[in-house]
Design a protein around this ligand. Sequence first.
Ligand code: NAP
Length: 246
Amino acid sequence: MLKGKVAVVTGGSRGIGKAIAEKFAENGANLAIIATRATEEAKKFIEELKEKGVDARLYTCDIKNPEEVESAAEEITADFGGVDILVNNAGITRDNILPSLSIMDIGDVIDVNLKGTMFVTRSFIRQFVRKKNGNIINISSVVGLMGNKGQTNYAASKAGIIGFTKSVAKEYGRKNIRCNAVAPGFIATDMTDKLSPEQVQEINKQITLGRLGSPLDVAELVLFLASDRSSYITGEVIKVDGGMYV
Ligand code: NAP
């Protein structure tokens, strides 16, 4: 479905981003993965992709730093000769009730999740406009739609991504650039590993399907949005949350 395409996946070294990268690779894409660290796990993942014949490379870059983002984007574009698909997946949580959130907890979450998504998109949009082709998928969260106690900073950042997605879709639709958001519910990754078994039990009660999702559940939807099968969909927010927010 993505044969010959070049995809950038931020936060593609672990969790949901890694599942998206794997799914894209299975479907013929080459991959530029952005993460803050070149961990052993991340390097091993790149090697595994290469063994399967995929041109896969890892770029260490903190997306909250616009200079780092700009130079990573230049390097990726030079290495691959251009980019077709951008998945803004990197994100963090710093959960607490509002008075207990430090200024840094608020700043970091907005800086990485919202500003980082904007910086990365800004760095690739010009080449999408030039070739009148591009596809952007932003990973928001169901919490950005419904809110969540203990996650005011995170929910605000993810709601911001939805406004950003719709605006990019409107600004660039005539240039044949699509931009959509995916809003996952609770997905079993390192991010949700921080939850206690009691918290998971409580969360499961809120989910229509009664269980957490897997990174693959999200990756299947992102693949659809990245492919031409969704060519008439833009400015949309699609939940993959097991019916958590119906
Ligand atoms: P995860 O397992 O914690 O992985 C996060 C990824 O983002 C890692 O590859 C990490 O790279 C990268 N990253 C973090 N900060 C970064 C930065 N400043 N610059 C560049 N890369 C950075 O997270 P996940 O659970 O897969 O979540 C992926 C996305 O889905 C996030 O946007 C998250 O908010 C969203 N989401 C997750 C859930 C869930 O239940 N898991 C639900 C809804 C939405 P390093 O390891 O190098 O730091």
